[in-house]
Design a protein around this ligand. Sequence first.
Ligand code: NAD
Length: 472
Amino acid sequence: MVVQREMSFLESVDANFSRAAALLDLPPGLLQQIRECNVVYQLRFPVRIRGEIRVFRGWRAVHSEHRLPAKGGIRYSPNVNQDEVEALAALMSYKCAIVDVPYGGAKGALDIDPRQYTEEELEAITRRFAAELIQKAHIGPSTDVPGPDMGTGPREMAWILDVYQALRPDDLNASAVVTGKHPTMSGIAGRHEATGRGVVFATREFFRHPEHVRQAGLSGTLEGKRVIIQGLGNVGYHAAKILKEEDGAKIIGIVERDGALYDENGLDVEAVARWMKEHRGVAGFPGTTFIEDGRRLLEHECDILIPAALENQITAENAPRIQAKLIVEAANGPVTAAADEILRARGTFMIPDIYANAGGVTVSYFEWIKNLSHIRFGRLERRFEEMRGHQVIQALEALTGRPVPEAVQKTLTKAADELDLVRSGLDDTMRTAYQEICAVMEQYPGTDMRTAAYVLAIEKIARAYVQRGIWP
Ligand code: NAD
């Protein structure tokens, strides 16, 4: 095996694309149109901070417009660059195609370390960034809809929405300009946990495929599986919490910026998250082993490794020492192309980012639909369904002459609320997409899951371009 040189994030994404494209019989021009980023807008803007003028640099990249609006998060991160933004925008195109979310792919970023600013300062910076994007028509409910990503969340989305509504008071669908909003700010129940929960749904589906479980060298179910997770932020926290509380997995390691925690008996995820909030890191958390060089823990023996922090974490340098049998890529681009090659050769099973973390954009899509329809899911039918349940119980009791047991009554009269519907839609989406990727793996025997996922995405996007027709 010839190990490739380490590539940039965008080059890694392109290498994955090319490996998949080589399996397909598509015109080179069409492949080029799908692969390359359509628009990259770079902007600089000043904000007065602590009495001085500071200039900030940001980007909004639209990778594909075969479906509109384009969709992708906004990342706040120091040293973010155009390569990273374009790579993330491309991943959004492929991700949306895989989970049948009818969007093009986009991404935005601001070169900023949010931890260096107060909340008021961040609000001023975000509002100015939003105004720049809105005034130049780079975002809007029908053209390009941002959402949260690393370093941003419902708070930033609310500020962007507020600026949009101030600048476009006549847009009836203004609330659909961003997703990932708090439920009380036109958001949707279950969006905050969606990416992490989607990661869990993907992992559960893996365990429903015995051939994949065997291929990874695992057995049984998620119960008792030993998991190491990198990044206890939005995605990592929810994935870890759900795996532990609902699936009985054991979170034996948490890798964070300032080091890692390890406990073979399983970590208390809630307690670690509380500690992190208070101490801005994991160092000092009592009763566990602290490893100062946290990345070393990625190499520790475990069943499942979930990188949920950032890109380029598993590289050609540490890939040969990774012992996990299954890697679930909750972050975008955590495994470089060179590392991917090494891990594939060693037989490590990888559930790729473009599928594994698609739960966020899936629920963002549900939120956008909710915003466009101006009504909460389940509002019309909930009480009607409950009443139907009572009628069924009455009919059963009349027919049998016996009371229906209380537990059965509870199930029959429980109507779905918004959270139930969102989780159900997300579960269905993640299962269906896994099965579609599997079908590609069967069609091209010996294909790994990442290549199959790219094949699926490219085929769907190609079909959309061909059906729309290309301008003469
Ligand atoms: P976040 O900012 O909420 O959390 C990131 C976490 O990673 C933080 O706890 C941070 O301290 C930690 N971290 C940062 N650098 C680290 C390092 N070098 N080593 C270890 N830990 C480190 O971000 P998030 O929204 O959870 O996003 C995490 C990843 O998931 C990113 O790659 C993002 O693009 C991807 N993603 C996020 C969403 C979403 O809905 N938020 C959706 C799809 C993909």
